[in-house]
Design a protein around this ligand. Structure first.
Ligand code: HEC
Length: 247
């Protein structure tokens, strides 16, 4: 019986152990942890300061974010909200869709559920792989999103990367120049680790925004599992008690 309980517990905990990693260096892995409130708070700050000029997150309310992330109302008001907003407002922006199309040729999409449609690793890779491309309107291109119509808004932090090319042979024997990797050309305010941590906080925040209820749901999940474990012990003891006269 002890062995069965042991196996049962292992089976319950199994999903918590380890995570798959990829060996492809051109695809970055986000280290998502939505229970890390400090990271979510930093991510929220980056989002408000660097993204909400163009993107909204219109399914998200400021006060819900404040509650979930443990941000006090006064800090929410002074650091994360624009003057005229109320804390029950959703995270919308002032830029009109038509203006955005005029400026960028395409409206900046709402980012409420972007982490669900693109996935955290894609977002991480997107913010790691902007590079200088003088043929593009904003002077940058992106490895994850070819010919993207968004400027590299975090360039001050990351610096500017340039592509390093290599020649590959196509199947028909002709040669083609492709990007081998990106190299930092002009350093930014942050070093490589600092920038990756910043991007990770931002992605973490976007994952949270994509499904805010998951924080509560996980807490409930842990309580339910603990409850079942306690129940298991009680039921086992009860069973022993019932059967002891029969054997
Ligand atoms: C100056 C305006 C502007 C700012 C600031 C800006 N973006 Fe964008 N963003 C755009 C535009 C325009 C597009 C659409 C690009 C396209 O479709 O080619 C876009 C596209 C994106 C996409 C890809 C969406 C898709 O179709 O999958 C993501 C993700 C994104 N932005 C995230 C961010 C984040 C996060 C920030 C803040 C760090 C940010 N953006 C800041 C204008 C902006």
């Amino acid at each position: 019986m002890e062995r069965i309980i042991f196996l049962f517990v292992i089976a319950l905990l199994w999903p918590l152990t380890g995570s798959a990693t990829s060996s492809d260096p051109s695809v970055y892995k986000a280290d998502v942890d939505i229970t890390d409130k400090a990271s979510l708070q930093r991510g929220a700050r980056i989002f408000v300061n660097y993204c909400m000029g163009c993107h909204s997150a219109s399914y998200m309310r400021y006060n819900r974010m404040g509650d979930d992330l443990g941000i006090e109302e006064s800090i929410l008001q002074s650091n994360l909200m624009f003057g005229t907003e109320k804390s029950g407002d959703t995270m919308t922006i002032a830029m009109q869709k038509e203006d955005a199309e005029k400026f960028f040729g395409i409206a900046a999409p709402d980012l409420s559920v972007i982490a669900r449609s693109r996935g955290a690793d894609w977002l991480f890779t997107y913010f790691m792989t902007f590079y200088r491309d003088d043929s593009r309107p904003f002077g940058v291109n992106n490895l994850a999103f070819k010919d993207v119509a968004m400027p590299h808004v975090l360039w001050e932090l990351q610096g500017i990367q340039k592509p390093v090319f290599k020649i590959i042979e196509r199947e028909d024997g002709t040669q083609q120049e492709v990007i081998d990797h990106l190299e930092l050309e002009t350093p930014g305010l942050l070093d490589s680790d600092g920038y990756q941590n910043t991007v990770n906080d931002l992605v973490n925040f976007l994952v949270y925004v994509g499904e805010p209820a998951q924080i509560q749901r996980r807490n409930v999940g842990v309580i339910v599992i603990l409850y079942l474990l306690v129940l298991l012990v009680i039921v086992y003891l009860l069973k022993k008690e019932y059967w002891k006269d029969i054997h």
